[in-house]
Design a protein around this ligand. Sequence first.
Ligand SMILES: [Zn+2]
Length: 390
Amino acid sequence: MLDFLLPLLLLLLPFSVWSGYRIGKKSLQGKSLGRRLAPGYFTGLNFLLNEQPDKAIDAFIELLQVDSETVETHLALGNLFRRRGEVDRAIRIHQNLIARPALTGDIRKLALLELAYDYMAAGLFDRAESLFKELVRDKSHRLVSLKQLVTIYQQIKDWQQAIDYSYQIEKISGQSQAVKIAHYHCEVAEDARTAGNLKVAHEALKTALLSNKTSVRASILQGQIFKQAGKSKEAINSFRRIRHQDIAFMPEVINDLISCYQLIGNEAELLKFLKQCLEQGAGVSVLLAVSQLLETSMDDKQAAIVIVNYLRENPSLKGLEHLIDLHVNHASESARDDLQLLHSLVIKLIDQKPVYRCDGCGYSGKTLFWQCPSCKDWGTIKPIQGIEGE
Ligand SMILES: [Zn+2]
């Protein structure tokens, strides 16, 4: 209860001082407003002290007669409640403000904007949507309202509306929304794929790549759909594109790429491609794939030399794990137990490490999210590079 009381009282303190000043000033003019305002103020305090915050709000709302001088107090009080997660109370205060006929146009719009934020916080997206659509017509609130509308359409997974409003943001702000728009098209493609509508999925992916030609997600999805349909050559073309889009994502498709090449029986071309990827810094997963492919033509010692040379330049736990594994079979009996212990320790260490990290906020985990669950940005989560990653 006290944590509710304190900020409210702090907020109302300047107002009560100001009211006192006004009362005093008007009293001098022969009219005692003290008798009119003070009872309401103390009634509100009484409700607060008796742990009846909603009745207290009613009393304070009544007390704070809305005019150009008190409207900021109303807005501040409403925002305070929203920030504290007490959205119902924020909504009541902002609705009360809007209901006042004396409110000027600009202040009314400000109150509408705050109310729309309240609805967002309460998850009442349909109400927030209609308010933001109204506010889009006003130049000073247009951009912020468009951005909120896109947030709503993302939440309710209405990707086409998210695309349309993102183009409007791009037009007004001059800031490219291409990365996000491509992700929305990928979302359309994933929905279509789940529904078995592969034609729509392919169209959406083509549009995604037109919006953002470096969309790794579109290439991965396109390759997977082709592979599933038994179109290995087309799948290979999609997967190979990732090398130029963002090489860090190559480990995501390495297994699919290898199986497609094996299906068309062209391992020579696969090896050539993977070596090119390695030269470009594709990461240890690609190296391990190459070493496995070469197992038929190399013995364990030769494979170990390849890995050691790579680890000197690019140290990583995954590479170390594979290297120990190669040595276990050739170690003496006493050394083998130690190596096996070391091997299991390294595996435990790898298991504890996250695989992906967001460039924007640092969120990390073992699942690849295209929209960061923490900062909500799109395409910022990538496979971790370096000693603990690729
Ligand atoms: Zn993030």
